[in-house]
Design a protein around this ligand. Sequence first.
Ligand SMILES: NC(=O)C1=CN([C@@H]2O[C@H](COP(=O)(O)OP(=O)(O)OC[C@H]3O[C@@H](n4cnc5c(N)ncnc54)[C@H](O)[C@@H]3O)[C@@H](O)[C@H]2O)[C@@H](O)CC1
Ligand SMILES: Nc1ncnc2c1ncn2[C@@H]1O[C@H](COP(=O)(O)OP(=O)(O)OP(=O)(O)O)[C@@H](O)[C@H]1O
Ligand SMILES: [Mg+2]
Length: 365
Amino acid sequence: MGVRCVAIGSCGRGKIDTGVVWMAFRGCGAAAAVLALLSAAIALYGPPLHAVIQRAFSLHKAHSTKDMENLFQLVRNIVPALTSKKHKGQDGRIGIVGGCQEYTGAPYFAGISALKVGADLTHVFCTREAAPVIKSYSPELIVHPVLDSSNALQEVEKWLPRLHALVVGPGLGRDDFLLNNVMNILEATKARDIPIIIDADGLWLIAQLPALIHGYQKAILTPNRVEFSRLWEAVLTGPVDTKDHSGSVLKLSQALGNITVVQKGEHDLISDGWQVLVCSQEGSSRRCGGQGDLLSGSLGVMAHWALLAGREKTNGSNPLLVAAWGACTLTRECNHQAFQKYGRSTTTTDMIAEVGTAFSKLFKT
Ligand SMILES: NC(=O)C1=CN([C@@H]2O[C@H](COP(=O)(O)OP(=O)(O)OC[C@H]3O[C@@H](n4cnc5c(N)ncnc54)[C@H](O)[C@@H]3O)[C@@H](O)[C@H]2O)[C@@H](O)CC1
Ligand SMILES: Nc1ncnc2c1ncn2[C@@H]1O[C@H](COP(=O)(O)OP(=O)(O)OP(=O)(O)O)[C@@H](O)[C@H]1O
Ligand SMILES: [Mg+2]
């Protein structure tokens, strides 16, 4: 049965809001009628029934043009206006935790992407020896060589009150001492209710200690396929269902306490354990390293914008789902545009140079 459906938004009890629940059924006759009734019931009776139905019928792709246009509009709604009344920092102060001896490119890519998307300030917290290297890539990043010091937590905590979001993991490495410091930083960040995006080696840490992030509603995990499997093995039994990608991402999010999970791949699947959004924006076949860092940095700033805008601006939808869909769409469009110019030689630096035009094309209001 070819049921394709995307639901986005939460539903007030006893009130159907067609603006927040979209369903697209294709080629499934009587079964569609049954599902249509169930959809109406979802709208009437709210999230608990919603969850049950979603578990019973795993969600698939949203392809209708109207669904897509609605999603684009929700992203546009969260983008803050550029006005002369604002002060530096208001549109985003984003922290990146990562950067070690081996990996200096990843935290740079994440940090510069956050700035190019529209953050005002980016702080990179990295190891002592990585810092001069990262600084030399860009004068625009503020770089703190603190992550491998014995007082790393205190050093980062000085800045936490000023940060709007923290991206943890790009180029972090897997040294036990560093990971222990990051564990403490994560606890302190949660205590301040700051949104946290976790990628790369940050996901390695979460796979060792899922309780660190379980149930934290302002967390977004951005695993690639391999990182997804590691997380799955940490919190679920049996192999990942490779025939039901949407069902798998939904289950992983639920097993982690309904935190937002973005599974990157040919199509990006985004779930908070209630809904699954699909991002199929055209990219290219070029898979150079660093694209995930562009995504995590962009998502840092968009998560902040989305939470600031709130559900009012996202038509009742989970703001983090909207932010994640926006960041995935942007990353893929950057890839597409760069590939048009450079083909096989496209690198992440070329993609980052496209952020401005890609953003205007997709989200300019
Ligand atoms: N220039 C840089 O400094 C870069 C550093 N990076 C950092 O490198 C560190 C290790 O990251 P890795 O991504 O290598 O993580 P892992 O060491 O966990 O390796 C994952 C492996 O899975 C492979 N893989 C990814 N997607 C796959 C798929 N769909 N199917 C099959 N295999 C797949 C990758 O090629 C990689 O070899 C992280 O700290 C990361 O941030 C990367 O972000 C790339 C750029
Ligand atoms: N097969 C694919 N086709 C199109 N886009 C893809 C494909 N795989 C990944 N992407 C896109 O590339 C971006 C980064 O995903 P990717 O899987 O490369 O992350 P990653 O492995 O963590 O990258 P990194 O090298 O930065 O660690 C995502 O926005 C995703 O949509
Ligand atoms: Mg990665």
